[in-house]
Design a binder for this molecule. Structure first.
Ligand code: ADP
Ligand code: MG
Length: 513
């Protein structure tokens, strides 16, 4: 080999070494980055941990806060609002009633025909429409004119095709699922907006009146005779079908719960109510807070960036409006550590771009190569095609976030049962006599409605599993969680019917607080 040949060989060897060391260096860096990403996941898992012991602390905190909210106005972050609903539907209601359900993503108009016998809802028709984004932050008149106009179209369509002609004034139950201070069973003042609505001119106004005026402006002959929120509607439908229903929970865009409380336990209004007996209490549990809730830096950032910081803390960990965005924040954090997601996509910085149904679809992707995960990330966040181990990581993130949400919701439900003595804790004298202790636990039904619970199988499974873990194998079979499809809307029509048949329902009015 001549001199030139030697030089060439040495040059090649040096180049090969450089390439090799660059590659090794890159591999080492990638390994380190991967380790950091895995650490992000591990920290998330740790931060979101919900062992049964912690869930029981949440149960106790919920029961304590419920009590505090019933003792005095402002006594708790739980508002524990009076609804003036004393009588849940009995099943004897008859006739045709309308209802309107405004709760978050969509609004629904329903026409419900009641046959006068329990479980005999002859039929109901539903019109579902999304709320146009600009109306969520406009004026109350714009929002209600839009709703009343859709209502009028629906009535005209329904009554044209129906044989039954409506000679009497139509009765409407209005489900309005935002915090309202009721002044009677058919009227109430808006306390604040949640779930992305910001219509300042309406806070402090009478919600029924806003709707009634818009209905009149459209020349429609219809009276708003029940104002409720979605939880109360769901409880009404649950009770209509099954008298053991004592509470209702909504798990959709937002989350909330209500239950039937003994009048003497509602200390803050003792002596003020004119109608005796139990009353449905709207907890507004989305605002529940306890130091036992497992909170991460992602929750803190999401809250700080939200239009309602320090508000609706429980809702921000549980409901459909937020879960996708928590996942987005974790992926963003991971993508800052590892370039396998590609250069940090600007789409990933956009709040709420990853909607919860998409997150659920990734979580429930059962293709062997997680094809759907890759497709959703590509289409929604403009990610390049990501390798399988990263796809798995994303599924893990969805799992951690959803599992925490479902388990916290389960703890909330058991908290309600504890408050009303239906969690079995008072019924067990000793662990020895299992048959006798089971017989002491009354059958208890909790009605549930909402797109997150009904459409997201893994969420549902995690919630049910946690209920059994908290209550224990012995008590859990006595507690039945039942889905009430369209409960919030049908329930409003049932309560409108109940109000029309008991004119006494409007007696109990406003000597409140
Ligand atoms: P609203 O709460 O507006 O009354 P729904 O009860 O129908 O409406 O709940 C809608 C919410 O449920 C959506 O905002 C979404 O967060 C969640 N959701 C709907 N479909 C799914 C799904 N397939 N998987 C997970 N979450 C879903
Ligand atoms: Mg709803």
């Amino acid at each position: 080999m001549g001199k030139v040949g030697v030089k060439l060989a040495v040059g090649c060897a040096v180049a090969a070494c450089v390439v090799a060391s660059v590659m090794v260096g890159r591999r080492v860096r990638r390994k380190r980055a991967w380790r950091r990403v895995v650490k992000v996941l591990e920290e998330l898992e740790e931060g979101c941990a919900t062992p049964v012991a912690r869930l029981r602390q949440v149960v106790d905190a919920m029961a304590v806060e419920m009590h505090a909210g019933l003792v005095s106005e402002g006594g708790s972050k739980l508002k524990m609002l009076l609804t003036f609903v004393h009588n849940l539907p009995s099943g004897s209601e008859e006739g045709t009633y309308y209802s309107l359900d405004l709760g978050g993503t969509n609004f629904r108009i329903l026409r419900v025909q009641l046959g006068g016998q329990r479980s005999a809802i002859i039929g109901h028709d539903v019109d579902r429409q999304p709320i146009p984004q600009h109306l969520m932050t406009g004026t109350s008149e714009e929002l209600f004119d839009f709703i009343a106009s859709s209502l009028k179209d629906f009535v005209e369509r329904e009554e044209n095709v129906s044989e039954h002609s409506q000679s009497e004034r139509r009765e409407l139950g209005f489900t309005f699922s935002f915090p309202v201070k009721q002044t009677s069973s058919s009227s109430g003042i808006l306390i604040k907006w949640t779930k992305g609505f910001v219509i300042e001119d309406m806070v402090g106004s009478d919600v029924s009146e806003c709707l009634q005026q818009a209905i009149s402006r459209k020349g429609l002959d219809m009276r708003v005779n029940a104002l409720i929120n979605d939880t109360v509607g769901t409880l009404a439908l649950g009770h209509y079908h099954d008298e053991d229903t004592v509470a209702a929970v909504i798990i959709g865009t937002g989350t909330n719960a209500c239950y039937l409380e003994r009048a003497d336990a509602i200390i803050k209004c003792q002596g003020l109510l004119t109608t005796p007996g139990d009353m449905v209490v709207n907890m507004e549990w989305g605002n529940f807070w306890s130091s036992h809730l497992p909170r991460t830096s992602y929750d803190i950032d999401l809250d700080a960036d939200s239009p309602n910081p320090n508000d609706q803390g429980f809702e921000k960990m549980i409901s459909g409006m937020y879960l996708g965005d928590i996942v987005r924040r974790v992926i963003l954090r991971m993508s800052e550590e590892l370039d396998v997601f590609g250069p940090v996509s600007s789409k990933l910085q956009v709040p709420f771009i990853l909607r919860t149904p998409l997150m659920a679809a990734m979580h429930e992707d059962d293709t062997p190569d997680l094809r759907e995960v890759a497709q959703i990330l590509r289409e929604t966040l403009e990610f390049p095609d990501i390798p399988q181990n990263v796809r798995k990581l994303v599924v893990r993130v969805c799992d951690v976030v959803t599992r925490r949400a479902a388990r916290l919701a389960a703890a909330g439900i058991v908290g309600i049962l504890k408050k009303i003595g239906r969690d079995g804790s008072g019924g067990i004298a000793s662990g020895k006599n299992e048959g006798a202790s089971r017989s002491k636990m009354r059958r208890t039904v909790v009605a549930v409605e909402g797109g997150l619970y009904t459409n997201y199988t893994l969420f549902r499974e995690y919630l049910n599993e946690a209920m059994t873990q908290i209550l224990g194998e012995e008590i859990a079979p006595s507690v039945i969680v039942k889905v009430m499809e369209d409960g919030s809307g049908i329930g409003a029509a049932l309560l409108a019917a109940a109000a029309a048949s008991h004119s006494t329902s409007s007696v109990d009015t406003v000597q409140i607080l």
